[in-house]
Design a protein around this ligand. Structure first.
Ligand SMILES: [Zn+2]
Length: 181
């Protein structure tokens, strides 16, 4: 559900069975989102927003998403999402297809979605958290396939295709996004 707030504009309320205390975040489209416990009423969500107004203003200057401060806030949110999600997702695909990597490094680079070093470290960009899941998975599978192929040879792409048959479409779609915040 959504409601319109005089200060923050349209506010999206997400009910989530796993949420214990209300949490706020800013979606990539700039809308303020509040995650609330499953049975929260609109009245309670509004009351919580009112009580948290100052904290939201300080941390998330949603009124001007072009400011550096907004970008910093956005980066912080993405970094947290990435820490919570990417290690598990990488592990999931690696185990599923029998890849071994040394460790995962989360990067903030502006140009690369991911990389794999010869020492066995896989880097994944926190900006991946802005992408639809199939594109995110494509990047992870791409980097895992580099464990067996250091280049972008046909053999490399054949291996990517094995685990992501739609990789060509995903690779093309990825060009519409940039990793930087
Ligand atoms: Zn590559």
């Amino acid at each position: 559900m959504t409601f319109t707030d005089a200060e923050f504009g349209e506010v999206v309320v997400r009910k989530n069975a796993w949420v214990v205390n209300p949490k706020f975040s800013v979606a990539t489209n700039g809308k303020l989102t509040i995650s609330v416990p499953k049975h929260t009423t609109l009245f309670l969500a509004k009351r919580w927003l009112n009580a948290s107004r100052k904290a939201i203003r300080e941390q998330l200057p949603v009124n001007d998403p072009s400011t550096q401060r907004a970008r910093d806030a956005q980066k912080k949110i993405l970094a947290k999402k990435a820490r919570d999600y990417l290690p598990y997702r990488l592990d999931f695909w690696a185990k599923k297809y029998g890849y071994e990597y040394k460790n995962l490094r989360l990067s903030h680079a502006n140009t690369r979605w991911g990389s794999r070093s010869s020492s066995g470290t896989i880097s994944l960009n926190i900006g991946l958290m802005k992408l639809p899941e199939p594109l995110r998975d494509y990047v992870i599978i791409h980097e895992l396939a580099h464990i067996n192929h250091m280049d972008h040879s046909q053999a490399f792409w054949d291996e990517v295709a094995l685990h992501d048959p739609s990789y060509k479409r995903h690779r093309k779609a990825l060009k519409m996004f940039t990793p930087g915040v």
